[in-house]
Ligand binder design. Structure first.
Ligand SMILES: [Zn+2]
Length: 343
C-alpha cells in the first residue's frame, strides 16, 4: 500500500517518454495548437542537488533541472509575469501566442539561493506566494515538520496508532510515502489541531521535534527580491486549507496576509494561492471573499487558462522532482487536452 506513490510516478514517467518518443506528442501538439493559452507552472522548493540516498520531498526540483526547464520554456513560450498573464486573460478575446507564468508556493529561501540567477539569466518574473505567518518567526511549515520527522526515523518499522498507521520503512520511497500519507491525514485540520497531531505523531514515533531554521525567506530577503522585480502574493497566514465552516478565521487570514504583502510591494493589487489548492475544499462563501480581496487566485487544479476564464480559479501545472524535461513537456500538453471543455 505504501509504495503506491513511487510506482505511480515511475509509471507516469515511462508513459510520458513513450508519448514523446513515439511521435504521439508531436501529433497531439499539432492537433491542439490552434487555441493559445496561459500556462501557469507551480513550483515549491529548488534543491542544490539530489543525492541518491537523500530523502527529500517530491516538491524539490533541482537547480539544474529548473534551469533546463526555464531554458526550454523561454524558447517555447512568451514568459510573462502573473500580472501580465492576468491582463491578457482579462482583455484579449483570443491570445496571439502561448504564454507561460512561473509561480512558487510557500516562500522557501532556496527560491532565492538557486532561483535568482536563473530568473535573471532567462528574464523570468516569478510570483512567489508567502504563508506570511511563518516568515521571520522561526516556525517551520507544518508539512516540513512532518517531513523532518519522517526523515529522522531510523527504525525499519514504525507504528503510529493515533492515525492507525503501521509502516515498513526499507528505503527512501517508503519514507516519502509515509510522509505523504501523514500529510493527507493532517492537512484539513485547523492550525492548532494540526500542531497537536504532529506532536502526538512525534511522541508515538519516539522522536522530538527539533526547532531549527525553517528554510523560508526572511522579510529582508523578500524585500531585496521585490526590489529586484520578483512578485510576491499571499498564501494565507498559517497555510490553512479552506476547510468548510472555517470562514471567520480564514477571512481574517486573507486580510492580514494581504496587508503584509502590500507592505513589501508597491502595488495594492495582490494575488492569492489557495493552500493545497483543491477546488473541492473551497465553498462559495470563501470564493466570494477571495474575489473581494484579491485580484486573482491560483489553484492546483491541472489545466491551462483561456481568455475569459475565472481569474480566481486559475489552473496550474505542478512541477515535481520526478519530472525531467520530457515528462514536463508531455504534462503541459496533456493538461491542455484534458481540460477539453475550454477548447
Ligand atoms: Zn503551500
Amino acid at each position: 500500500m505504501m509504495k503506491k506513490r513511487a510506482r505511480r510516478e515511475m509509471f507516469k514517467k515511462i508513459l510520458a517518454w513513450l508519448i514523446y518518443w513515439t511521435g504521439v506528442y508531436f501529433l497531439l501538439s499539432l492537433l491542439y495548437q490552434r487555441k493559445k493559452t496561459v500556462v501557469i507552472l507551480a513550483y515549491h522548493k529548488l534543491e542544490a542537488q539530489q543525492g541518491k540516498n537523500v530523502f527529500i520531498s517530491s516538491l524539490g526540483v533541482t537547480a539544474a533541472a529548473f534551469e533546463k526547464q526555464m531554458k526550454y520554456c523561454t524558447k517555447k513560450y512568451r514568459c510573462v509575469s502573473l500580472n501580465e498573464g492576468i491582463r491578457l486573460l482579462r482583455t484579449e478575446k483570443e491570445l496571439e501566442y502561448n504564454y507561460l507564468v512561473c509561480t512558487f508556493d510557500d516562500g522557501y529561501r532556496n527560491n532565492y539561493d538557486h532561483g535568482m540567477v536563473v530568473f535573471q539569466k532567462y528574464q523570468v518574473t516569478p510570483m512567489i506566494y508567502l504563508p506570511t505567518g511563518y516568515i521571520d518567526t522561526g516556525e517551520t511549515l507544518w508539512h516540513d515538520q512532518v517531513e523532518q520527522l519522517v526523515k529522522s526515523i531510523d527504525q525499519e518499522r514504525v507504528d503510529i496508532p493515533c492515525l492507525g498507521i503501521s509502516a515498513k520503512l526499507s528505503n527512501n520511497n517508503d519514507k516519502m510515502d509515509l510522509a505523504y500519507t501523514l500529510m493527507q491525514k493532517i492537512k484539513h485540520n485547523a492550525p492548532k489541531e494540526r500542531d497537536t497531531m504532529i506532536k502526538q505523531i512525534a511522541d508515538e514515533i519516539g522522536l522530538t521535534l527539533e526547532k531549527k531554521d525553517n528554510g523560508l525567506l526572511t522579510w529582508q530577503e523578500i524585500k531585496r527580491m521585490a526590489d529586484a522585480g520578483i512578485d510576491f502574493g499571499s498564501h494565507t497566514v498559517s497555510h490553512r486549507i479552506l476547510a468548510k465552516n472555517a470562514l471567520p478565521e480564514f477571512e481574517k487570514e486573507l486580510y492580514v496576509s494581504k496587508e503584509k504583502i502590500i507592505g513589501i510591494t508597491v502595488s495594492k493589487d495582490v494575488h492569492f494561492a489557495y493552500p493545497d489548492g483543491k477546488l473541492a475544499d473551497v465553498d462559495e462563501k470563501i470564493e466570494q471573499k477571495v474575489k473581494e480581496i484579491y485580484v486573482s487566485a491560483v489553484t492546483t487544479e491541472p489545466g491551462h487558462n483561456y481568455p475569459g476564464c475565472d481569474l480566481h480559479q486559475l489552473k496550474r501545472v505542478g512541477v515535481i522532482k520526478e519530472m525531467d524535461l520530457t515528462y514536463l513537456k508531455v504534462k503541459i500538453l496533456l493538461t491542455k487536452i484534458l481540460n477539453k471543455r475550454e477548447l
